[in-house]
Design a protein around this ligand. Sequence first.
Ligand code: MCA
Ligand code: AMP
Length: 496
Amino acid sequence: MPELEFVRRAQSFGTRVAVTAEGHDHSYDSLLSVSEGIAAGLLDGSTDLDEERVAFLFAASFEYAAVQWGIWRAGGIAVPLSLFAADPELEHVITDAQVDRIIAPEDLLEKLRPLCDRLSKPLLSFSQISSQESVPLPELEDGRRAMILYTSGTTSKPKGVVSTHANIQAQITALVEAWGWRSEDSIPLFLPLHHVHGIVNVQSCALWSGAKVDCLGSFDAEAVLERVADKQYSVFMGVPTIYVKLIRSLEAADEKDRARYRDGFAHMRLMVSGSAALPASVHEQWTHLTGQKLLERYGMTEIGMAISNPLQGERRPGAVGMALPGVTVRLTSEAGDVIEGENEPGEIQVRGPAVFSEYWNKPDVTQASFVGGWFRTGDMAVLEDGYYRIMGRLSVDIIKSGGYKLSALEIEATLLTHPAIRECAVVGVPDDTWGESVAVAVVAHDGERIELPALKEWATERMSAYKIPKTLLLLDDLPKNAMGKVTKPAIQDLFD
Ligand code: MCA
Ligand code: AMP
């Protein structure tokens, strides 16, 4: 029976350790047998899930990997949920993706139960869905839809990005080739598993290669540093905020510990930064403290990774490098002309097998996102001496904070449901730790006062912590242009 490539490869890795979590090692054999049991449980007598959307809410763990593989092996579409999402955000994903079933570990059932009951969606525990029965699994083509990830954009609600198995495989193989992944590799996983960075770049590349993923749950600088000092890892991947936080810990450590950490980092063969701009100063500070030159790369949910500094050769601070294997990149001017030479900025457009298939149930938005088969990223870059340098985004309404992509419009729409808010404008403001942080200018209804702590508390029920404004300005009116449109750059200036 033809198997998906990741299953075929895992069979050859057998007893090697695939995932370590909470002090337990889990082999590739175990991942194969447990995921087969989950596939059988999900199939429950049918022969193929036929792209049923199955949502799941797990921290990085053996269970996460087994459920993801189980959904795939049964022919379903995996819809990973965010551990940090508030109920309205979870509801949007579950209803928009038309999810039929939701799987969670025992300790998260209570959190999800009221929402699932209200939406009349079956909620199943990990043990409930695991079957001991051996049943034939469906034969799957690579073109089958595999995953929907929710990403914010210039529409107010996040959109579901659909990737096929072929897309995901292309995303993985580009990185395995470019970054030299091998079965001896070991990598810590502390990133969230509802985004490409954690799912594809860390977990999937490692499991494709027969390497080991060490699941740390969440990011804790001290815990990470101790394991690094223990020389547990050969590869390391994080967003710039993680490197900023680690730099702070390294600087605060005493000389003896700092030397141990430095040794641990120096022992690694590759350290990667991405998901947001890595300031050249952080790049340089990192080299100074650890002896490692970070490899910065550029990617997006819709395309996986597209551009990367080289594994061998110059890793240029402030630049993201060149197109990855199998990816074609071009820049276009505002008028839509292709830019041929260097030093002229333009929009990054991408083509290749890694590019997603569609936004779920949004044919018009999908169509508008492509021009002649090229995906329009909405990011600006310039080519300089053979390396791309990211210049920023076309839309002021996209904020990158801690590596998360946030929609100012989505946050505004939620804040406008606050009874005291008449008007508001959300902007990203520069922040040394988070890259950008969320700020809001608010006009209150007559006689109302809005204080930041109370607004934060109100927002906690309605949005993920990283979307909640960290700064608030109460204004009598929002700055607007002659057409009556709010001028966001003027609002950004007010926060200076
Ligand atoms: C949390 N806080 C923030 C933010 N987030 N403040 C400002 N801006 C933020 N974005 C506050 C909290 O409210 C809390 O405040 C304090 O900071 C600590 O929060 P906590 O969540 O504990 O922070 P952390 O655990 O240290 O999180 C930092 C993190 C996390 C590990 C960097 O943000 C993270 O995992 N980011 C990665 C996201 C990611 O994977 N993105 C990839 C998507 P208080 O102490 O007052 O309560 S992009 C992608 O996939 C594409 C394809 C790509 O290119 O990679
Ligand atoms: P997401 O939609 O969450 O996948 O985020 C993708 C976005 O992150 C891109 O469109 C870029 O704006 C941003 N991004 C990713 N990597 C980098 C990088 N190395 N430098 C600057 N921005 C980046």
